[in-house]
Structures are given as C-alpha cells and as structure tokens.
Write a protein that binds this ligand. Structure first.
Ligand code: GLU
Length: 419
C-alpha cells in the first residue's frame, strides 16, 4: 500500500483539475516536495545499548505560508508515507484558508516498545536532527499518531535549547504550561463534530437518531465517539488496533474510554460484544468514521460498506479506488482535509498566541474554531452544489484555487502592466 500511497493521493486533486481554475505552474509545484529530510536518530536505551531510528521531515509546499503538520511515531513510517501526509496537509491548510503550507514528520518506531525515558531521548534526538529545517516562519510541527502534548513539550524544550531562546510558536500542541492553548487536544474531534452538524441536513435528512461506527479509538476517534453519543447519535461500534466492540442498541462510550485509559486497549471490553474488525466497517450504519490510519477502506472492502456517509477523521482512510466504488454506490464521503482540520486550525491559534505573547482562553478557542469550521463547511457545500460535484472533489477545487492564487501571485507568469 505505502508504495502507491502518494500516487494514490494525487488522484483526488487530479479529479478536481478540470473543475478548477488553476495554473500549470501550480501543477509543476505539486509534482514533488520542496524539501525532504531523512535523518537517523541514535538513542541510548535504558539497558545501555544503542538503537538508531530513521526519522523524516518533509515540507511539501509553502507557497501559502510556513509548512505545518504533525510528527508521527509508528513502525510503518517511511519517506513515502510522510511525503503523502505532507501533501495532504498542503490541501488541508489551503481548504481552511490558514496561512500555512503543508509539512509532516515521522519516526519509524513502535512507541509502545520504548520506556518513557527512551521516548523522551528519541523525541529530543529527532528535534536535534531536524532543527535546521524547523522554525515558526519555516515549518511548525504538531502532534499526530502516537505523539501528544508530552512529546511536544520535550520537543519544544529541546528546540529552545538548540536556538538558545524561547520560541513558543515553533511547535503546536504543547502542554499549557509551555505555551499550549486550551482545547488543542479535543480540536480534531470538535472540528469533525461541527462539520457533521453542518452537513447533517444534507447527508442525513429524515434520520432522527443516526447510528455511528468509529474505527480507531485514539485521541480523535474516542473523543468524537463520546461527543456524538451525548449529542443524539447512537454509537453502535468502536474499534482500536486490537479489538472491535459492537452493541446495536448503542455503546456506553464513557465506559470504553475509561477501560482504554486503564488497560491500554479495547480488549475484554466492559460493554458490548467483540466483533471482527472487518465486520465493523461493513455494519449497516448511517455514519462510518474511519479515525485510524490511511488506506483502511480500499478496493477490496469498499463494496462491503453499508454506511450512508463516511466521515474521514483519519488522514487518507479511503483509497482512490475505494472513492470511486463509494461514489458509484451513492455513499457520501466527507473529506479528511475538512473533517479532521480542527486540529491544525487550533494549532494556528496556538501559533498566533505564541507569536503575539498573548493568552487565549477556552471560550475564544471554541468560538473561533466553530466559526472557521462552519464557514468553510458552508463554503464547501455551496461550491459542491453550485458546480454539481461530490464533496471530496469540491474540497480539492477550493484548495487548488487557493494554492494557485498564491503560486501565481509569486510567479513570473503574470504580466506587468505598469502602476
Ligand atoms: N496531525 C494533525 C493533522 O494531520 C495536526 C497538524 C497540526 O496541527 O499542525 O492535521
């Protein structure tokens, strides 16, 4: 899968090209990342041995502003995956009209196999290896899969030591005590919730209590399941990488969150029946939320889906082939570059806070996140309806036109006609 990941990812924008007013210069710019760094990170393990981990930081495009995107810890991380994730960030920041480009980082590691002290040394080692490529005006990392505010705290501290000064806008998703912002850890799920709320009439008209299945019970998936369960949705199934849990009458999500926090997984759940992971994807629900990793819904299982709506909370959970199968079957896909953009939007607020020296309170974050998510979701539905396009293609049309405007404004293709 990973080998084809980037070419697979290019198929969504390709479908949008003919509907968008964009320049050839943009298409050339999007052919390859503007910078790609591979580093090796030596880490002293607790038993005294040395292990060396491969790490990456890719800046795909920065025509609209400094690159922005998370850092992922996962055993499958490689340069193709990080490049593809930075490609998606480029469109996400453009769709939300944030003053950023797209970047991403990652370390090929199974974080569960490391102690906390080893993880800290790895995180500091990563920053020391890629520091020259970072900075609040260059490329600003944030959390992603298996990284959190603890990791961001170590990284921000290491960066400050390297540059011998305090640079709170160099990282986002930091702990509050180190210049973090309230609401960053729930931002992805809060953003997805607003998107679904705005699209509800369009996608789920006539459904009184929509049923939901959530694949992925990490930060975003678990919080979104809890929010939906308390807002009139019936969450009938959730899963993590080890177990899937089902109850057609609705799960007590709070109990599952507590169980996962206590035991580290959904195995032996206190409520519901354990089902096969593949069964969850094929459940007859109104909304399926893939919130784990890319490529979860692909050509071989897309035909099994019975959901009416797929809300992409993970990055890239639906492959291009699966996209076509779902569109053909009349399933509406809400694109990741909108549905999970709450995280990077609140990262933008944290970056502004870090640059200004001001402090934002939770109410200001909530209000501005909601305003931005609602405005861009409504804009997307207008473009989709106006140009008669699926939401995914319309999202790429908007992002491509914004990127093209920036590339054109910088470029030589414009004709100077005097002042
Ligand atoms: N990792 C998140 C994403 O994929 C957040 C990125 C950020 O806040 O910069 O959107």
């Amino acid at each position: 899968m990973t080998d084809d990941l980037l070419s697979d990812a290019t198929r969504r924008p390709q479908r949008a090209y003919e509907h968008a007013e964009i320049s050839d210069e943009l298409l050339h710019r999007l052919e390859q990342p503007s910078s790609s760094l591979k580093v090796s990170i030596p880490v002293r393990m607790d038993d005294g041995s040395l292990r060396v981990f491969p790490g990456y930081r890719v800046r795909f495009d920065d025509s609209r502003g400094p690159a922005k995107g998370g850092i992922r810890y996962h055993p499958d991380v490689d340069v193709r995956e990080v490049t593809t994730l930075s490609y998606w960030m480029t469109f996400k920041t453009a769709l939300l009209d944030l003053p950023f480009g797209g970047g991403k980082g990652g370390v090929r590691v199974d974080p569960r196999s490391l102690s906390t002290a080893e993880l800290e040394r790895l995180s500091r080692g990563y920053v020391s290896a890629v520091a020259d490529a970072l900075g609040p005006d260059i490329d600003i990392p944030a959390p992603d899969v298996a990284t959190n505010e603890l990791v961001m705290g170590w990284m921000a501290d290491e960066y400050d030591k390297i540059v011998r000064g305090h640079v709170p806008a160099a990282f986002t998703g930091k702990p509050l005590a180190l210049g973090g912002i309230p609401g960053r850890s729930s931002a992805t799920s809060d953003g997805a919730f607003h998107v679904l709320r705005i699209l509800r009439d369009r996608l789920l008209s006539g459904v009184e209590t929509p049923t939901v299945a959530v694949q992925g019970f990490g930060n975003a998936g678990s919080q979104l399941a809890a929010t939906l369960a308390s807002d009139g949705y019936r969450v009938v199934a959730v899963s993590d990488s080890r177990a899937a849990v089902h109850d057609p009458d609705g799960l007590d999500v709070g109990k599952l969150v507590t169980h996962k926090q206590g035991t580290g997984s959904l195995e032996d759940p206190p409520v519901g029946e354990v089902i096969d992971a593949a069964e969850l994807l094929a459940l007859d629900v109104d909304v399926l939320v893939p919130a784990a990793l890319e490529g979860a819904i692909h050509a071989d299982n897309a035909g099994d889906l019975q959901a009416r709506v797929v809300l992409e909370v993970a990055n890239g959970p639906v492959t291009a082939d699966a996209d076509e199968i779902l569109t053909e079957a009349g399933v509406e896909v809400v694109p990741d570059i909108l549905a999970n953009a709450g995280g990077v939007t609140v990262s933008w607020f944290e970056w502004i806070q870090g640059r200004s020296g001001d402090r934002w309170d939770a109410a200001a974050v909530e209000e501005r996140l909601e305003r931005r998510m609602v405005a861009e979701t409504e804009h997307l539905t207008r473009v989709a309806s106006g140009r008669d396009l699926p939401l995914v293609t319309a999202a790429y049309v908007i992002a491509l036109e914004r990127l093209s405007a920036a590339v054109d404004a910088q470029g030589t293709a414009r004709t100077y006609s005097g002042g």
